[in-house]
Design a binder for this molecule. Structure first.
Ligand SMILES: [Zn+2]
Length: 229
């Protein structure tokens, strides 16, 4: 179902309606200006929107101004790295190169690539080094032998682990605080011992990484914002 919100000054927001067997209507904003509306009564959705337009506006305003909204901060020349914003500067150059200097990110670029993809390249580079270091450290500590480690951009998951012990990690995690990506790495390492989400798996994870719940919660609350880049 398509609903045009331009009459309400919300022309950039697209609505997705899902029928759910529950009493209340739930509004879920997502990156790229989608609003998912879960409702027991999709037929009355237009009426619902008209009656709740201020609530919808508030949600998107809050969403837009959220601390971890990466896209908005790029407009202010700030990039999220390990849970904090780092200012970046761009300089014209014959080749593309990015590096940190005195707490600032310098981006040299030849003008052919978009700023967004230069920032992603930089984050990938930092993520690769940081995540490989932690995998090595934690696999030693836990005596778990790991196959390959790849840095990816999977849309639906932060990390995954194959039966051969090969681990994939999303580069986007490097924008989160350290305890968050350490949680994901230890989570995936634990899957080499327990290839499921059984009680044994969670008990083991809790045992080897008491902060796991904090990391999990951070991703639940803020993870979607890391997809605004
Ligand atoms: Zn898992």
């Amino acid at each position: 179902m398509r609903i045009v919100l331009s009459d309400f000054g919300l022309d950039s927001i697209k609505v997705i309606v899902r029928k759910k067997n529950k009493k209340k209507v739930t509004l879920i904003p997502t990156p790229n200006n989608f609003l998912i509306i879960e409702t027991p009564n999709p037929k009355n959705i237009e009426e619902y929107i008209v009656n709740n337009i201020n609530k919808i506006k508030d949600i998107f305003e809050k969403y837009d101004n959220h601390y971890f909204n990466v896209r908005n901060n790029i407009k202010k020349d700030l990039i999220l790295l390990k849970g904090n914003y780092v200012p970046f500067f761009t300089e014209k150059s014959s080749s593309n190169r990015s590096y940190l200097k005195n707490g600032r990110l310098i981006i040299k670029y030849n003008g052919k690539k978009k700023l967004e993809s230069l920032l992603k390249d930089f984050l990938r580079k930092i993520a690769r080094k940081e995540f490989l270091d932690i995998v090595e450290e934690e696999s030693k500590r836990l005596s778990i032998s790991v196959g390959s480690v790849k840095i990816k951009d999977a849309r639906s998951r932060w990390g995954s682990c194959s039966s051969k012990g090969n681990i994939n990690l999303s580069f986007r995690l490097i924008m989160a605080p350290e305890y968050v990506y350490r949680y994901v790495i230890i989570h995936e390492l634990s899957h080499i011992k327990f290839p499921n989400h059984s009680e044994n798996f969670w008990n083991y994870l809790k045992d080897v990484y008491p902060d796991y719940e904090k990391g999990r919660l951070w991703l639940k609350e803020n993870g979607a914002y890391l997809y605004t880049l």
